[in-house]
Ligand binder design. Structure first.
Ligand code: APR
Length: 315
């Protein structure tokens, strides 16, 4: 049986680490692509990763390239191409540069891998994934943004640290855009089956949510030369796994919502069922009045981002 073909566009920190996780999880054969100006860098990283295979015990192949023909016929294409956020730069500052990069990458993916499922990781996420949808012309089920798995993982990490319990026992959900407006869902957060509201008071929960919201910026402030990549790459690998193994995971992703949650045609973080068809279902929850208003606020922020992007692109 043919192994899945997974291409990762952008062989920087997030891209190379995604290739690393995907290979070690034996999710398929991996092609790591970067721009020609990087010369042989993707080849070097791919070869280095391949040489870890005998030690780590995986049989995936990893190929580095600057030529899209090597990615032809991919089952999944992960897009991490773009510039990373530096201290003092908001995700939105990245908008103009990364929108142009996304346009060129999505056009290449459309012609080289017309049947692929695209996972967008580049920021500002909610705008980049919309751009990938428009330029590729793929059905929206096959163009997905990675945000919710990471945001929820950050939230789960901080909850586990506060409660002194295993992260494995924390089940949680965050919705909305990938940024400061993401919406916590305390009614969907539990610790070993116990509602989190029985274990932490509101003030503590609020401060943990706030730290998760600013989780990316906290890491940018510490790294000083770029943005987070281990957890974003692990989150992406989990999405790739759900697709190539048709796992039907119920996880939060940035999905294109039309009538769902009355979003009206934008990408926003919602719980979805992720399988070999991509977003196979958007799960609609009953929201409380507070959650509805927080979600709407988040959707409004995404809409503003798209308007600015389209203005910058002259569209
Ligand atoms: N095609 C392919 N690769 C590109 C292109 C392009 N048109 N333009 C830039 N790249 C490559 C760069 O050459 C670089 O190797 O994308 C890579 C980005 O890597 P890093 O600078 O290390 O950035 P990284 O930390 O990986 O973040 C990438 O993911 O999480 C998001 O906010 C983050 O938008 C950023 C993206």
């Amino acid at each position: 049986m043919r192994r899945a073909k997974i291409s990762v566009i952008g062989a920087g920190n997030v891209g190379a680490t995604t290739a690393h996780w995907c290979a070690s999880m034996e999710l398929g054969d991996i092609v790591l692509l970067d721009i020609p100006a990087t010369e042989d860098m993707p080849k070097g990283k791919a070869l280095d990763l391949m040489q870890s295979a005998p030690i780590m015990g995986f049989d995936s192949t990893i190929t580095g390239t600057t030529d899209y023909s090597d990615t032809a016929g991919s089952d999944v294409v992960v897009i991490t191409a773009g510039i990373a956020r530096k201290p003092g730069m908001s995700r939105d500052d990245l908008l103009s540069t990364n929108a142009k990069i996304m346009s060129s990458v999505a056009a290449e993916v459309k012609s080289s891998s017309p049947d692929a499922i695209i996972i967008v990781v580049s920021n500002p996420l909610d705008a980049m994934v919309q751009r990938a949808l428009v330029v590729s012309g793929f059905p929206s089920a096959r163009v997905i943004g990675q945000a919710g798995v990471l945001d929820t993982a950050r939230y789960r990490t901080f909850l586990a640290m506060e409660l002194g319990v295993s992260v494995e026992d924390i089940s949680a959900l965050l919705m909305g855009g990938h940024g400061d407006t993401m919406v916590p869902m305390p009614s969907c957060t539990s610790v070993g089956g116990i509602p989190v509201t029985q274990l932490l008071d509101q003030d503590k929960l609020d401060s943990i949510v706030d730290r998760a919201r600013k989780g990316g910026a906290e890491i940018v402030g510490l790294l000083k030369t770029g943005s987070a990549y281990y957890a974003p790459a692990a989150a992406t690998a989990q999405m790739v796994e759900a697709i190539v193994k048709d796992k039907k995971r119920l996880i939060p992703c940035a999905a294109y919502c039309e009538n769902e949650y009355q979003v009206g045609g934008y990408y926003v973080g919602v719980p979805v069922i992720l399988g070999s068809g991509g977003v196979e279902k958007i799960v609609e929850l009953e929201l409380t009045e507070q959650e509805k208003s927080d979600f709407q606020h988040s959707v409004d922020a995404v809409k503003e981002l798209i308007v600015s992007m389209n203005q910058l692109l002259g569209e």
